[in-house]
Design a protein around this ligand. Structure first.
Ligand SMILES: O=P(O)(O)OC[C@H]1O[C@](O)(COP(=O)(O)O)[C@@H](O)[C@@H]1O
Length: 339
């Protein structure tokens, strides 16, 4: 048992009884004290994620999706890998309605929507999210996750037309995030977040419904022995990346042990494992969304002092004719540079 600022820190084996530090304790006045508005926002966000955790674990998943007839949803005309899956849409609605109820959000920008939604003129925050990442894998019960980032609303844009200010607020630079995180839906449900100093993980105690602080101020192991990348794309990679992976596979890098490969193809799960065990995780394709995935996760890494490489961010040029979903980037995280 550990102590943090007067709170007992639970372990995943521990209960959520009195004395454990819950997420709401942590963000509140007795903990990091992120400010009343953000506390309220997190109260609603964690509630939404608990509902999504229950949804993805539900035995009624597939019948729910089929019977509600939302499979085509708002994205009926979209095809292939971008076609929204039913649980994505349900998760999106859950988060949106929770944030609307919070009264603290001006703009909600989700990977599931073509355009950001303006919620409330006086909401102090802008929330960007991928409500259910990895949902392509859900029929096989592979872990999924919610990714979120939070900005302050740009008051200097208040005079603009709604659509324009919603878009510009959502396209703020990742460097302006005030908080970001993810929720992993796996054998445990884990909410991992940074509010600007350090990165902390909270594990859902199903007996009380509280997220308990289980991993305060996470430190990535200085040396990992795992690389995480979709290496079916090996022949599409740049030469330098192929050389790097070949080097660590053979144990010929600075760390003289052969690396192992782990790739779930569920970003939050691959990210969380890398956070826990170290190593290198990347997606060297022009595929991940800058606003909903790469920026929030990079914010977390940067609070850990980890080097984040993002390329192709020139996509991040505001253009009125572009869909926010099209801002994509190559994304890589180097825990340790060692080729
Ligand atoms: O097919 P790749 O390049 O391995 O990409 C897999 C990545 O795509 C994702 O499924 C995200 O894709 P979507 O945003 O289209 O859902 C991640 O969870 C995963 O890390």
């Amino acid at each position: 048992m550990d102590f943090l600022g007067g709170f007992r820190v639970g372990s995943q084996m521990g209960g959520g009884e009195n004395g454990f530090c819950t997420l709401m304790d942590y963000v509140g006045k007795g903990g990091e004290n992120v400010g009343d508005d953000l506390v309220v926002l997190f109260g609603h966000l964690q509630y939404a994620c608990k509902r999504i955790a229950a949804l993805v674990a539900s035995p009624f998943n597939s019948s729910l999706s089929k019977s509600t007839g939302i499979a085509g949803g708002s994205g009926g005309s979209i095809s292939g890998r971008d076609a929204p899956k039913p649980l994505d849409i349900v998760s999106n609605e859950i988060i949106l309605s929770s944030l609307q109820n919070s009264g603290k959000v001006a703009v909600f920008a989700s990977e599931e929507d073509d355009a950001p939604v303006w919620i409330a003129d006086d909401g102090p925050f802008v929330v960007v999210t991928d409500p259910l990442d990895g949902s392509r894998n859900i029929d096989a019960s592979i872990p999924t996750g919610t990714i979120f980032g939070i900005y302050n609303r740009l008051e200097e844009l208040d005079h603009l037309p709604v659509e324009e200010k919603a878009m510009l607020n959502s396209l703020q630079s990742g460097a302006k995030l005030i908080a970001a995180g993810y929720v992993l839906y796996s054998s445990a449900t884990i909410l991992c977040a940074s509010f600007g100093s350090g990165t902390h993980a909270f594990t859902l105690d199903h007996s009380t419904g509280d997220f308990i602080l289980t991993h305060p101020s996470i430190k990535i192991p200085p040396r990992g022995q795992i690389y995480s990348v979709n290496d079916a794309r090996y022949f599409d990679w740049p030469e330098g990346l192929r050389r790097y992976i070949d080097t660590v596979r053979q144990g010929k890098g600075k760390y003289p042990k052969k690396y192992s490969a782990r790739y779930i193809c569920s970003l939050v799960a691959d990210f969380h494992r890398t956070l826990m065990y170290g190593g290198v995780a990347m997606n060297p394709r022009d595929h991940l969304r800058l606003v909903y995935e790469a920026n929030p996760l990079s914010f977390l890494w940067s609070k850990l002092g980890v080097e984040v490489l993002m390329e192709k961010v020139e996509f991040y040029q505001f253009s009125r004719s572009s869909c926010i979903k099209d801002f994509r980037c190559f994304w890589g995280v180097w825990m340790i540079w060692q080729s």
